[in-house]
Design a binder for this molecule. Sequence first.
Ligand code: ZN
Length: 501
Amino acid sequence: MAYTVLARKYRSRTFDEVIGQEPIATTLCNAIQAGRIHHGYLFTGTRGVGKTSMARILAKALNCLEADAPTATPCCTCEACTAIAEGQDIDVLEIDAASNTGVDNIRDLRSNAAYRPARCRFKIYIIDEVHMLSTGAFNALLKTLEEPPEHVKFILATTEIQKVPATIQSRCQRFNFRNIGTDEIARRLEGITAEEGAQVEPAVARRVARLAAGSMRDALSILDQLLSISPDGLSTEVLDEVIPPPQDEQVTQLLTYAADGDVARVLEHADQILAGGRGLDIFCGDAIEVARQLMLLRACGADSHAVDIAAGERERYIALAARFELSHYVQMIAMLEELRRNVRFSAAGRALVDAVLVRIANLASWSSIESILAGGDGHEKKKSPPKPVSRPAASVVASQPEPSATAPLEPVARARPAPVRPPAARPAPAADPSAAQAPPPAAPETPPKPAAEGEAVDRDAILKDPVVGKALELFDGVVIDADRDPARRAAPGTPRNTDGT
Ligand SMILES: [Zn+2]
């Protein structure tokens, strides 16, 4: 018996079965029920999100032989429905524009379109990857799209909408297919493995869903591969063999040490991770993804749908997210991405990795402009309107345990308006000659000292200085220290940007 790949076997057959594109299914259903059927549809979205499936369902809805008119609930059993589902119906022609790019192909289509359908209501052309058509072919298609015969419908699909001429787009009803959510894919995978009589650990389904990055077809391809190795059940061990796991847990541990400002442990832990032999660029990629999730968590709060973290790891992420500021994550991601590109071409990749990790470990000792502005002076409202950052950030902090005694005071400082800012104005420039290099443990010296009147004014004046503001904005900089000497007013604003940009 021939084996059918899962992506084909479990293709959705009706509007009700569609996964991840419910709004489009509903819109099309309503249009059919209202008798408002357009002559041209344009489906756009990344690969594997259900464009072809939706095109076939729409074709069945229009042409089902069991119904007297177009129906939102095609039977799926009549000759037309079954043939359309296989992509082999005589009246529903599927054309792959990638291999039929020429003007002649479209001319054939046009002359063919003049004939009435053989047995169904409509002659339907499903043109996949329509952006691949040549200019001449597009022009030929345009004429037909403008005034098609009554019995002709077009369903165009593309992964690259920007390559489809505006003239074509404007003659179609356009539907944007979204990437399918990790949760939806994971649920579907669990359902399918159950139907296939195999056990799957939820963690496996979730990881496969994440790897598929929004594409149901990719998810099912991976599942096919896994089931061919282990038909009865899928454990994390099987998955690890096929696709080595992301180093999330190890990376979050690494960033925890970095938040502590503990450079030694950061480097030692990195050594341990990299000894696994996964490759420097893969390590960078994993670290970028972790930093991104932490940034989302920090910016949007733990309940946001944008945050994609497995249930078992949530607490750890939430606690860690509050320990860096948003701007730190921005810098982290930029540094790691640059690192990822550099390590591929460098013979000293490992040294580059270590150097960037040292910088990341020092990030926590810097404060961003936004946290200083939110420091409780009351002036910040003028300068920066309430940002979405503040609310969710507070909720993240509230739900996490107090940091350990050795930790820097970052999260606490953020949660309350207490003046625990390490970079608060210092009484005199000479107070701490090594101020620029001050490690986080130096921070506690500052808080007990009530800010003098002059200092507050000084810092405030500096922050209000348009030159300083512009410099900070341009370089995404942070204020490390404030200097009283008006002659050197611009100096404190000079950002110590790790990028060196
Ligand atoms: Zn039917």
